[in-house]
Design a binder for this molecule. Structure first.
Ligand SMILES: NC(=O)c1ccc[n+]([C@@H]2O[C@H](COP(=O)([O-])OP(=O)(O)OC[C@H]3O[C@@H](n4cnc5c(N)ncnc54)[C@H](OP(=O)(O)O)[C@@H]3O)[C@@H](O)[C@H]2O)c1
Length: 402
C-alpha cells in the first residue's frame, strides 16, 4: 500500500477548507464571459508546463507499479482499455483480483490483450484465470453508450468502480462531428462518459459505496466552455484540436462538480477527476512523426503508461478517497475531488470554480445526452427515466415509464 496521506492538509495543493462564498446569482445584465482572461490563460499554461517538467520529481514518492489495497470482490468497468493508460489500469486491477470489464470499441484487440496477460501468468494467484471480460462500447455513438448501460444494468449486479478513461486528442486534425452531431472531442471526452455515468446509476447504487473516476487532464486549466456553442461552430472562437480537447476536459470537471454536489450521501457514489500526468501512449498517434520521435528522446520527463496509471488506480481503490470526497462536500467546496498525477489532492482551474457556468454545463449536457433535467434526482430515488438514445424497446431498469 502506498504511503499517501490524502487527507493530510497540503496547503500548496489541496483546496482551502474555507472557500470564499459563491458569487451572487448572475443577472441578465451581467456580461457573459467569452474566453479565459489572459492571466488565467497564462497561469493555466504554467500549470501544464510545470507538470511536464516536474512530474517525475513531484511523484518520486510513489512506487511503480502502485501497490493496490485488496480489490477482490470489486467490479470495475474501464473504458478505452485496449491501449495506453486504460490497458495498464485494466491489467493491474484484474491481476490484483478485481472483476474487470473492458469497455472498448475494438473487442478483438481486447481479447488479444487478455490472452497475452493470461499467458504471462503473472497475475492474481500466479496463473489463476483473470476475472476479466470484454463489452463493446463506442463513445462516438450515444446509442452504443445507452445500449452498453442497458445490457450492464440488465444483469442486476453491482458496479463498484466506473473508470471513464477513454479519450481522444486529435492533434492537428480538422474539426469533426459524431453521427449524433457533436464535436468529437466533446462527445468522446465528456458527453458520452457523462451519459454512461448517469445510465449506470442503478448498478452503481447497487454497488455502493462506489466511485465514478474520470481520467481528466492538466490541460483543463487552459480550457474554456461556451455553453451556447458547445460544438465551437458559432465563429466566436476559432476551432483547433487544442480548443476541442481542453474544452471537453473542463466540461467534464464542471459536470462532475455539479454531480458531486447534488449526489445525496445515501446514494453512496463518489466522483473524482484526475490527471494521469504527461504519459507516453497512443494519444500522440496524430502528432507529426518528428514530434513522436522527440517523445522517445525525452523519456525522463514523460511517464510510462504504468506510471501514468497510478493516479487512476489510487482514485479507484484507495480507502481514503470516499472520505476525502465527503470532506469536500461537508465544506461546501464547489468543485469535485481532483487528484494530480502524484495522487495528491489538487485544485482544479479557476474557471472550474465558476458555479454559474458549471450549472449551465450540467443543464446543457443533460439536454445534449437526451436525459431529463431531473434525471439525477429520479435515478437516486430508484425511479426509471427516459433516454433519447439506445434501444428503448428493451426491458431494462431504465426503461421508459412515461
Ligand atoms: N497520455 C497523456 O499524456 C494524457 C495526459 C492527460 C490525460 N490523458 C487522458 O488519459 C486517457 C487515456 O488516454 P491515453 O493517453 O491512454 O491514450 P490512448 O493510448 O490513445 O488510449 C485511448 C483509449 O481510448 C479509446 N477510445 C478512443 N476513442 C474511443 C471511442 N470512440 N469509443 C471507445 N473508446 C475509444 C482508444 O481505443 P482504441 O484503442 O480502439 O483506439 C484507447 O483504448 C484519455 O482520457 C486522455 O485524455 C492522457
Amino acid at each position: 500500500m502506498a504511503n499517501i496521506q490524502l487527507l493530510e492538509k497540503d496547503t500548496a495543493t489541496s483546496p482551502s477548507p474555507s472557500p470564499s462564498p459563491p458569487p451572487p446569482p448572475s443577472s441578465s445584465k451581467k456580461k457573459r464571459k467569452e474566453s479565459l482572461g489572459w492571466i488565467e490563460w497564462l497561469r493555466g499554461w504554467m500549470y501544464v508546463i510545470y507538470e511536464m517538467l516536474f512530474q517525475r520529481i513531484v511523484a518520486s514518492h510513489l512506487q511503480n507499479p502502485l501497490p493496490l489495497p485488496p480489490v477482490d470482490g470489486l467490479t470495475c468497468i474501464v473504458t478505452g482499455s485496449t491501449s495506453g493508460i486504460g490497458s495498464e489500469i485494466a491489467r493491474q486491477l484484474a491481476e490484483a483480483g478485481a472483476h474487470v470489464v473492458m469497455a472498448v470499441r475494438n473487442p478483438k484487440a481486447a481479447h488479444e490483450l487478455i490472452h497475452k496477460w493470461q499467458s504471462q501468468g503473472s497475475g492474481h494467484g500466479h496463473g489463476l484465470p483473470l476475472n476479466i471480460e470484454v463489452m463493446e462500447l463506442d463513445l462516438l455513438s450515444l446509442d452504443s453508450v445507452a445500449r452498453f448501460a442497458e445490457a450492464w444494468n440488465a444483469r442486476m449486479g453491482p458496479l463498484h468502480v466506473l473508470i471513464n478513461n477513454a479519450g481522444i486528442f486529435s492533434i492537428g486534425e480538422p474539426q469533426k462531428f459524431s453521427k449524433d452531431g457533436y464535436e468529437e472531442h466533446m462527445q468522446v471526452n465528456h458527453l458520452a462518459p457523462a451519459l454512461l455515468s448517469m445510465l449506470l446509476f442503478p448498478s452503481l447504487i447497487r454497488g455502493s459505496p462506489s466511485r465514478i473516476i474520470n481520467v481528466n487532464s492538466v490541460m483543463h486549466y487552459v480550457g474554456f466552455v461556451d455553453t451556447e456553442d458547445m460544438n465551437v461552430v458559432a465563429g466566436k472562437r476559432k476551432y483547433s484540436s487544442l480548443v476541442g480537447y481542453t474544452s471537453s476536459k473542463l466540461a467534464q470537471v464542471m459536470f462532475s462538480s455539479v454531480l458531486h454536489r447534488r449526489l445525496p450521501a445515501e446514494a453512496g457514489i463518489n466522483v473524482v477527476c484526475l490527471s494521469p500526468g504527461v504519459v507516453h501512449t497512443n494519444v500522440a498517434r496524430d502528432l507529426p512523426k518528428v514530434v513522436q520521435a522527440a517523445y522517445h528522446l525525452i523519456p525522463y520527463f514523460i511517464f510510462s503508461a504504468q506510471e501514468g496509471s497510478r493516479s487512476t488506480l489510487f482514485a479507484a481503490t484507495d480507502p481514503q478517497v470516499p472520505e476525502y470526497c465527503e470532506y469536500l462536500k461537508s465544506e461546501d467546496w464547489p468543485v469535485c475531488a481532483f487528484l494530480s498525477q502524484d495522487c495528491r489532492p489538487s485544485n482544479p482551474s479557476e474557471e472550474a470554480h465558476n458555479i454559474d457556468t458549471s450549472l449551465n454545463v450540467w443543464e446543457k449536457t443533460l439536454e445534449m445526452i437526451g436525459l431529463p433535467s431531473d434525471a439525477l434526482e429520479r435515478l437516486t430515488r430508484g425511479e426509471e427515466i427516459t433516454c433519447r438514445y439506445g434501444d428503448k424497446s428493451r426491458t431494462s431498469t431504465l426503461e421508459t415509464t412515461s
